[in-house]
Design a binder for this molecule. Structure first.
Ligand SMILES: Cc1ncc(COP(=O)(O)OP(=O)(O)O)c(N)n1
Ligand SMILES: Cc1nc(C(=O)O)sc1CCOP(=O)(O)O
Ligand SMILES: [Mg+2]
Length: 225
């Protein structure tokens, strides 16, 4: 029998394939650029796409990710994640609760949850999450976030104590992703710095290499939790 096993979230760069940025490109084109740059984790974030189009896009992007060996998570919508065969879902406080996402996806689906601090991360563990997205680490114009900027110090304090792997989000860019990785973060989530680049694939390669360099530094000083 072919037992289904939940994939673990790969460590490193985590990119958002977002429909609010660079609207002249289709989600499929954005995903192609991200994957050409070697992205291993892609979150499909659709805030403007009508639902039926979103289902078509999800099926295309999930298929492209699977061909490339990348993990694909759908933002917000467990129904789209299930219908498109995605690896999982990322939910925040305006989405289905993590417990319900877990119940719908079953044990083999990845569930990521947005958190603002350590207490939230503990609750996410109890709710069945696999990882947490913690932010905003830095200022961002991609989204109006209803929470204060943590800064690297505030972010690192949660990473050290979190019971779940932490992906940092919000204003993560080439110039700061190595520092973020050096806190021991499991991942760095990037939307605008990748999607607004003239050459998306090249930017993804550089972001990924910078994260890995920062994480390597962290492990050399024993910070690779
Ligand atoms: C990795 C990651 N972390 C946090 C978020 C934010 O999710 P949410 O709070 O649900 O906000 P929206 O993205 O839905 O606007 C995320 N998407 N990814
Ligand atoms: C979607 C999202 N969620 C955030 C949070 O803190 O919850 S910050 C954010 C935007 C990430 O985009 P960029 O990489 O362009 O800053
Ligand atoms: Mg959401």
């Amino acid at each position: 029998m072919n037992a289904l096993v939940r994939p673990s979230l790969p460590r490193g760069l985590y990119v958002l394939c977002d429909d609010t940025l660079r609207p002249e490109l289709s989600l499929r084109e954005k995903a192609a650029g991200l994957l050409a740059g070697g992205a291993r984790v892609v979150q499909l974030r659709m805030k403007r796409t009508p639902l039926r189009e979103a289902l078509v896009a999800a099926r295309e992007v999930v298929a492209a990710c699977r061909r490339a060996g990348a993990v694909c998570l759908v933002n917000d919508r467990v129904d789209l994640a299930l219908l498109s065969g995605a690896h999982g879902v990322h939910v925040g406080e305006e989405d289905l609760p993590a417990e319900e996402a877990r119940a719908l996806l079953g044990p083999e689906g990845l569930v990521g949850v947005t958190v603002r601090g350590l207490e939230d991360a503990r609750a996410a563990l109890a709710a069945g999450a696999d990882y947490v997205g913690l932010g905003p680490v830095f200022g961002t114009t991609t989204k109006q976030v209803p929470a204060p900027v943590l800064g690297l110090g505030g972010f690192a304090a949660v990473v050290r104590a979190s019971p779940l792997p932490v992906v940092g989000i919000g204003g993560v860019k080439l110039e700061n992703i190595a520092d973020l990785a050096a806190t021991g973060a499991h991942g760095g989530a990037v939307a605008s710095d990748a999607l607004l680049a003239e050459d998306i694939a090249e930017r993804v390669r550089r972001l990924s290499a910078a994260f890995d360099r920062g994480a390597q530094g962290a492990s050399l000083v024993g910070g690779d939790a």
